[in-house]
Design a protein around this ligand. Structure first.
Ligand SMILES: NC(=O)c1ccc[n+]([C@@H]2O[C@H](COP(=O)([O-])OP(=O)(O)OC[C@H]3O[C@@H](n4cnc5c(N)ncnc54)[C@H](OP(=O)(O)O)[C@@H]3O)[C@@H](O)[C@H]2O)c1
Length: 368
């Protein structure tokens, strides 16, 4: 489990090589503001080898925040992350390992008939009630328990440092927004119990649309309502009024900056007040924000892809570094995740952290 002492030791070992605010408060200590994602890549042995190597280099060169999910690369991603974390020369307790549950995972390869696989493996086996499904997605407590156990097993770790409910907005395809909030509260009660048991350090919601679309959008979820449900879960489970909902994940990059530009959340201390952006809400509520798709799933790594006016203000030698530094500069952002299975890209991405991010007013000025 990531500990305060080990996280700070990691910062002391690597911090001097990086720019201002490279390490930022996360969980019990600090984590690198460039993080490694493990979503993309085919479910093959060759990509396993490449990913294992990349994760290990990342951990040994200044990235101590790694993100995965039970379904990534048909479940291979979690195995690879766990192996790399256990084999790396850095202390496991110096690494924030994050994973997610929500999408029903395959087991190592894409089945020929995914619908049949889901029916036989999950529904017929009694792991999932078909009424709780939204496509291949489920966040019912019993299923989430199974998924979390599966993640611990595949990672080969005793504790997951940050466990996300994965894309809860997927449930909106099958039920009302009120019903999804109820589902989330039940899921959070489960996660509160697992937090007290020491299986997870904290939890959050990893989203694609929920927190960055307008209030009226069919994929929208209110962050204040989600947080209120976590508070209720914390109270219901005890032993005190505390809760472990500490992080949100959402896509954020030069082309998808809605979490900063769109006022779509009701303020944490004034539910009737004028809306604020998701990043402002997160800042006021003390939530860590983790960005996904930070370089637009590779598109922003090409010279010319970042609009010139913005590009000129960003620091970094390459387009990928400048794109990453845009995400790292946004207010309330703890870590900008970037996925890669290529050691050369990995080193380039780590080096983005040697440049200082924009300050708050310089970041605001990008949007003027
Ligand atoms: N809803 C969710 O919860 C959600 C959704 C999406 C992502 N995520 C998380 O966020 C992480 C990051 O997002 P992402 O992986 O989708 O997108 P991303 O990090 O924006 O982009 C990854 C892509 O960029 C390429 N790349 C990386 N570094 C590069 C460089 N220096 N130069 C050129 N190309 C480069 C990678 O290919 P190479 O392998 O060839 O380098 C890969 O194809 C994911 O891995 C995942 O952990 C979460």
């Amino acid at each position: 489990m990531a500990t305060r002492a080990a996280l700070w030791d990691y910062r002391d070992e690597f911090g001097d090589a990086f720019g201002r605010t490279y390490f930022r408060r996360f969980g019990p200590g600090v984590a690198s503001s460039v993080g490694l994602g493990t979503y993309l890549g085919a479910p093959t042995d060759a990509i396993d080898d490449a990913s294992r190597r990349t994760v290990r280099i990342a951990l040994e060169t200044g990235i101590n925040h790694v993100d995965t999910a039970v379904n990534y690369r048909c479940g291979r991603s979690e195995r690879v992350v766990g192996e790399a974390v256990r084999r790396a020369t850095v202390d496991r307790d110096a690494v924030m390992v994050a994973t997610k549950g929500g999408f029903l995972p395959f087991d190592g390869e894409q089945p020929d008939d995914p619908a049949r696989y889901v029916r036989e493996r999950f529904v017929d086996a009694g792991l999932v009630d078909p009424d709780d499904l939204a496509g291949g997605h489920c966040i019912a407590p019993e299923y989430l328990e199974w998924s979390l156990d599966r993640s611990l097993d595949r990672l080969g770790l005793d504790t997951i440092d940050c466990y996300y409910v994965h894309n809860p907005e997927a449930q909106l395809a099958e039920r009302s927004r009120a019903a999804v909030y109820d589902e989330l509260e039940a899921a959070f009660e489960t996660l509160e119990r697992r937090r007290i048991a020491g299986d997870i350090g904290r939890y959050g919601a990893a989203t694609w649309r929920a927190f960055r679309v307008p209030e009226g959008d069919e994929g929208y979820l209110s962050l204040s309502e989600v947080l209120a449900r976590a508070e209720a879960a914390g109270k219901a489970v005890g032993p005190d009024d505390d809760h472990g909902f500490e992080a949100i994940q959402l896509p954020f990059n030069v082309r998808m900056a809605d979490a900063f530009t769109l006022a779509n959340q009701r303020p944490v201390d004034d539910p009737e007040g004028p809306p604020v952006s998701t990043l402002e809400f997160a800042h006021d509520a003390g939530l860590s924000v983790i960005t996904s798709a930070s370089i637009g799933q590779g598109e922003l790594a090409t010279e010319g892809a970042i609009p010139d006016r913005i590009d000129a203000r960003l620091s970094g030698e390459t387009a990928a570094q400048r794109a990453l530094n845009f995400a790292r500069s946004a207010p309330a952002v703890t870590t900008a995740l970037v996925g890669t299975n290529d050691p050369t890209h990995l080193r380039e991405n780590v080096a983005a952290g040697t440049f200082d991010p924009l300050g708050a007013s310089a970041f605001d000025a990008v949007f003027e």
